[in-house]
Design a binder for this molecule. Sequence first.
Ligand code: NAD
Length: 427
Amino acid sequence: MTAHSDTHIVGWEDHPFYQNCLNLIEAAGEQIDLDPNVFQRLSKPRRVLYVSIPVRMDDGTIEVFDGFRVQHNTTLGPAKGGIRYHPEVNLAETTALSMLMTFKNALVKLPLGGAKGGIRCDPSVMSRREKQSLTRRYTSEIFMLIGPDRDIPAPDVGTDAQTMAWVMDTYSAQVGYAVPGVVTGKPIEIGGSLGRVDATGRGVVYTIIEAAKRLNMDLDGNTTVAVQGFGNVGYYSAKIINSLGCKVVAITDVSGGIYKSDGINIQAAKDWLDKNRTFDGFPECDKISNAELLELKVDILIPAALSNQITKANADKVKCRILAEGANGPTTIEANQILNEKGVFTIPDILANSGGVIVSYFEWVQGQQSFFWSEKDVNNKLWEIISNAFGRVYDFHQAKKIDMRLSAFAVSIEHLSKAMLYRGFFP
Ligand code: NAD
């Protein structure tokens, strides 16, 4: 028997992603004269729960997985944030991601706090039964934290609508009645919202439309786009921007990807990937690596995979005009600085990918009211909220002459800090 290292369960303070978030709060705070007591409170998560999750695997052995749920802030309402299944999940990253959720929700003025959860596992090598056992046991372990008025999970990397259905069912079984409001991103049949599945990608594209207007850029057949990651966010971002007429010239996933200078047929690429699980052999395209994709000369670059993809090592080689961050934390602080100096216009993650949580909020509202909206209503309301938030961030960026990322944090923290000061704290 081998003892395993548990470094992924240790504290978050020294983790670079968490430090990045703290530095951003501090720098944004200076722009709005943030009360130092509010800064102290924002610099730590409100609640952290570690759980060990035993699962009987298909071969009869029992494997114990590490899981987390972190609630960073609940001032504006119930905590809200995704659940990630990935081999690299750790407490520090989950905590940093919960913080980003707080600021994302506050930025678009949702009545929600910030949370994140995750399990350190590799769902790509697990059977459906193993994943279901994992999800149900995890749900029962975090049961005391979640609920439609407390904390509402959603899908993230490695989880999907089916995962949310299992969470909802496990929670509902424990309380004795159906509780659709405990999760968002559910299948439509059990209370999901129309428009949720493509909401994050749609939101990414809506923010690109707003940016292009300000930069006097046309979005048409001459506009080139590269997308890193071809999961939920990457695929729908590519599909929707393509529907505006733009040319998606490169896409990649974990195993690399494809390039075609006159534009890839997105639906054909998706069908191919679903069938073959890799882009290898996709006709009429050249092969491209993830690193090469990020360095392409394109008008719009959409990183939609994992964090820390654009770092000081490659930022200088990034050649896009607009960087729309579909993923959470794809650009490090040092890289952000380099991109600013190069004149890249960044739409920061908490703004660019907020479409997912905005429509999650709609789903939660619809579930609480048992009254469901049309897809057109969902998309129109998404447009209203996200373009309004874009405008507030852009105006701040223009007025203060600071970059879009810092502006987004400042606008968000200004709203949240007022709420925190009104509420005070107990006792
Ligand atoms: P997903 O699991 O559906 O897709 C992830 C994609 O990234 C896959 O195509 C995968 O192959 C690719 N990938 C994984 N590791 C990679 C690597 N090392 N290099 C390149 N590609 C890699 O996940 P998703 O839901 O699309 O989430 C993607 C990102 O968007 C994450 O950062 C997530 O936190 C963020 N996000 C998701 C949502 C949402 O609604 N799904 C909302 C906001 C933010």
